[in-house]
Design a protein around this ligand. Structure first.
Ligand code: C2E
Ligand code: MG
Ligand code: MG
Ligand code: MG
Length: 280
């Protein structure tokens, strides 16, 4: 018996693996309850133009846990993805972002802001994803062209044509698309040219090394050139310092996101910051 399921019986008696399993199961149960207990928060990080004006925000999910405190998505998104909980949570994120867009539409200081939300490939592959987004836009009365969906190259590793078809249907409504973490995946450039994208988002790992690594600088330069030749917008994420922004501007990238301009923050902090100053 023990020999037949050698690996599983071994791990069952391994105390550290058992502890890991227990905490994983506990975390999973807590994640299931998070929605009912109203523990999700959407934080907002500014995106600015070359003059430092905030032109939009990225919504980033946080988990306000009663004992653990504020939990970062790196910890729980992978678990949401393996449990299919990513779908209801993704719905909550979209709904929250769209409600915010609808509210800002009536406020002169915020009416021009776009809101970007991250969409997991699993969420995007739901058969009714397009219908869900349309229903949320309809229900919230959000201005559709201010909603930007951030997808990653991994979405296009499987069922590419289905993904492209869904993007085209959403684009008809005015929804826009950004390709997040660009350069870290394995997608073919030839295929990317056929996608209805609006923006490339240069991954922060390249941006942060742009001054000190020739290789990273070359990657960023090529990405900017690619965006220009495909008539796509380009934004750099993870901009922390003035020298990085200056380098990016010199090389033709005019939109930025990063700690240099503001960390992800709750709604009231964002609104206070934007009300206090016209540039960041
Ligand atoms: P991402 O979409 O690439 O988001 C950028 C991440 O970089 C955020 O981490 C942000 O806080 C961080 N960041 C921004 N500026 C800087 C900077 O200047 N320096 C450094 N070191 N980091 C910076 P966060 O909020 O922990 O999110 C991590 C990832 O979790 C996101 O990466 C995204 O892939 C995922 N995620 C976040 N919210 C959602 C969501 O609502 N749905 C899904 N499916 N994924 C989400
Ligand atoms: Mg993102
Ligand atoms: Mg990113
Ligand atoms: Mg990233």
């Amino acid at each position: 018996q023990a020999k037949r399921n050698g690996r599983s019986s071994l791990s069952f008696f391994d105390p550290t693996m058992q502890a890991e399993l227990l905490s994983r199961v506990r975390l999973e149960n807590e994640l299931r309850e998070a929605q009912a207990n109203d523990e999700w928060r959407l934080y907002y990080q500014p995106q600015v133009d070359q003059a430092g004006r905030c032109i939009g925000v990225e919504g980033l999910l946080r988990w306000q846990h009663p004992e653990r405190g504020l939990v970062s998505p790196g910890v729980f998104i992978p678990l949401l993805e393996t449990t299919e909980l990513i779908n209801p949570v993704g719905d909550w994120v979209l709904e929250t972002a769209c409600r915010q867009l609808a509210q800002w539409a009536h406020h002169p200081a915020f009416a021009e802001l776009s809101v970007a939300v991250n969409v997991s490939p699993l969420q995007f592959r739901q058969v009714d994803f397009v219908a869900k987004v349309e229903a949320i836009l309809q229900r919230t009365q959000a201005p559709c062209h201010k909603l930007k969906l951030e997808v990653t190259e991994s979405l296009f590793l499987e069922e590419r044509d289905d993904a492209r078809d869904k993007m085209l249907r959403l684009k008809q409504k005015g929804v826009r698309f950004s390709l997040d973490d660009f350069g870290t995946g394995y997608s073919s450039l030839a295929y990317l040219a056929h996608l209805p994208l609006d923006q490339l988002k240069i991954d922060q790992s390249f941006v942060q090394q742009v001054i000190h690594s020739k290789a990273n600088a070359a990657i960023v330069e090529s990405t900017i050139a690619l965006a220009q030749s495909l008539s796509l917008e380009v934004i750099a994420e993870g901009v922390e310092r003035d020298d990085q922004q200056a380098w990016l501007l010199t090389h033709g990238c005019r939109t930025y996101q990063g700690y240099r301009y503001g960390r992800p923050m709750p709604l009231d902090a964002l609104e206070a910051m934007l009300s206090a100053e016209s540039t960041i």
